[in-house]
Design a protein. Structure first.
Length: 430
C-alpha cells in the first residue's frame, strides 16, 4: 500500500498550502521583520520589553514559528522576557541590534554548548561561558534555556558548566586569549567566481579498472560555504578527529559556488585524494574515528559512496522524507535537538539514495551541474549516478551518530521545481 504522503496528490496539496500561506502572510512577515529590527536597533529596556510582549503572543508564535529568522527571535524573546520578569537589567537582547545579531548570538552559544557536550575544544568553551556569566554578559536564565534547546544530555552539560564555574571561583586566572591545540588539516579556499579548475583525470566505473592517479592515503573534506561562523565550526570538528597512521587530511572550502553540483565538481577536480567527504557547512563530525570506519567500509571495492541517512526504496514522489528511511543522525531544528534512529541496522545496507548532509566517496564521478543548477537533488542525483556506474551506495551500521546536523528549518522554495527536473532525467530508474 502506498503511503498517502507518497502521492502526487499529496505533493500538489503541500505546494498549494505553502503558496497560500505566503500569499496570506508574506506582507505581515515583512512588517514583522522590520518591526523587530526597529525595536532591536533602539535597544532600550522599554523597546525590548515591547518586543518581548508581542513576540510572546501566541498568535505571532503559531503563525510565524516556521520562519527561520523568526524562530531565532522567538527563542531570544522568550529568554529576555523571563529575564525581565526576574528584574535582570542586562538582557540577552542588550546590544543586539538586528535579527542577524540574534541569529549569530544564538548560534555562538549553541556552538559552545555543543563543544562541551561532544568534547571538542571543551575547556575553551567552558572558559568562555564562565567568563560571560561572571561579566553579566550571559544570565543563568539565558544559559538554562539555551542548554534545553541545544543539548541532548542536558544534565551532563549543566553539570560540566556548574563544576567549572566552581573551579573558576577558586582559581580565576581566566583570560580572553583563548586558543586550542588541534591538529590542523591543510585548508584550501576556492572562490568559485575567480578560479578555473580543469579535470586532471577521467571518471571511472566498476567496469573500467583504469585507475586515475589517486592518492590512496589521503582524505579530502569538501564544503560549500556561505557562512563564516558555520564554516569555522565545521572545520573545528574536522580538526578534532583521529587520523590513521600514514594518512593525511585536506580541507577544500568553496565560496560563491553557483550551485552545489558546480561547487563540488570544482573541489573534486582540485584534489587527487582517493577518499572525499562532502559535507554541509552545518555538519559537525562527532565520530572521532570516522576515518577508520570509512576505510573499513571501503575495503569492499564495490561500495562507491557512504551516507548517514538513505532510502532502501526511493519514494515514488522522489521526496525522501515522504518514504521510509534508514540511518542515524543528530539534528537541531532551532527549537530543539533530536537524536534520530530511523532504523537500527546491523550490517552495511544498500540504498537507492542518500541524504546530502554528508556523502563519502572512494571514486570520483562528476556531479550533474548540467541539469542541477541550484541546491536541491544533487544528493539524490549523485546516488543514482553511482548506481548507474555499477557501485553500491550504502548506509553503515552505527551505534552512535557520526555527525550533528544543525539543519534548522528547511527552505523548499525551489525544491519541487527541481524535483521535476530530476524525475525527467532519471525516469528510467524510478
Amino acid at each position: 500500500m502506498i503511503p498517502i504522503s507518497d502521492t502526487e496528490e499529496f505533493i500538489e496539496a503541500s505546494i498549494k498550502e505553502e503558496e497560500q500561506w505566503h500569499k496570506q502572510y508574506d506582507s505581515s512577515l515583512s512588517s514583522l521583520i522590520n518591526s523587530i529590527n526597529s525595536f532591536l536597533n533602539t535597544n532600550t529596556t522599554n523597546s525590548l520589553y515591547t518586543l518581548c510582549t508581542f513576540l510572546t503572543n501566541p498568535e505571532i508564535i503559531n503563525t510565524f514559528k516556521g520562519m527561520p529568522e523568526i524562530a531565532h527571535c522567538l527563542i531570544a524573546a522568550n529568554i529576555a522576557s523571563k529575564e525581565l520578569n526576574n528584574n535582570i537589567t542586562t538582557l540577552y537582547l542588550t546590544n543586539t541590534l538586528n535579527i542577524d545579531g540574534i541569529i549569530k548570538k544564538n548560534t555562538y552559544y549553541k556552538f559552545l554548548l555543543l563543544n562541551i557536550e561532544f568534547d571538542v575544544d571543551k575547556t575553551n568553551a567552558l572558559k568562555i561561558i564562565a567568563n560571560d556569566i561572571y561579566s553579566n554578559t550571559l544570565s543563568s536564565i539565558a544559559l538554562e534555556r539555551l542548554i534545553k534547546i541545544t543539548s541532548l544530555n542536558i544534565d551532563y552539560v549543566s553539570d560540566c558548566i556548574s563544576d567549572y564555574i566552581k573551579k573558576y571561583e577558586i582559581d580565576n586566572n581566566n583570560n580572553n586569549n583563548y586558543s586550542n591545540n588541534f591538529k590542523r588539516s591543510n585548508i584550501t579556499i576556492i572562490d568559485y567566481n575567480k578560479t578555473t579548475v580543469e579535470p586532471s583525470y577521467n571518471n571511472i566505473s566498476i567496469n573500467n579498472r583504469l585507475q586515475p592517479e589517486y592518492n590512496d592515503k589521503q582524505f579530502c573534506f569538501i564544503i560549500c560555504s556561505n557562512n563564516e561562523q558555520y564554516e569555522k565550526e565545521c572545520i573545528k570538528y574536522i580538526n578534532s578527529i583521529n587520523i590513521p597512521n600514514g594518512y593525511t587530511t585536506d580541507i577544500i572550502v568553496i565560496h560563491n559556488a553557483s550551485s552545489m553540483t558546480a561547487g563540488y565538481n570544482k573541489a573534486m577536480k582540485s584534489s587527487n585524494a582517493k577518499y572525499k567527504i562532502y559535507l554541509h557547512q552545518d555538519v559537525f563530525i562527532l565520530n572521532k574515528n570516522i576515518l577508520f570506519d570509512i576505510l573499513k567500509q571501503f575495503k569492499d571495492k564495490h561500495i562507491g559512496m557512504i551516507g548517514m541517512v538513505g532510502s532502501k526504496k526511493f519514494p515514488r514522489t522522489c521526496v525522501m522524507w515522504f518514504g521510509w528511511r534508514i540511518g542515524h543522525f543528530i539534528s537541531n531544528n532551532i527549537y530543539h535537538t533530536t537524536d534520530s534512529v530511523l532504523e537500527d541496522i546491523k550490517y552495511p545496507t544498500r540504498v537507492e539514495a542518500i541524504d546530502g548532509f554528508m556523502m563519502i566517496t572512494q571514486y570520483d564521478i562528476s556531479w550533474r551541474e548540467d541539469i542541477l543548477t541550484g541546491w536541491d537533488f544533487y544528493d539524490i542525483s549523485q546516488s543514482f549516478e553511482f548506481r548507474k556506474s555499477g557501485y553500491d551506495v550504502i548506509i553503515p551500521p552505527v551505534k552512535h551518530s557520526w555527525c550533528f546536523h544543525d539543519d534548522g528549518i528547511m527552505n523548499l522554495n525551489t525544491y519541487y521545481t527541481t524535483r521535476k527536473i530530476f524525475m525527467n532525467e532519471y525516469a528510467d530508474m524510478l
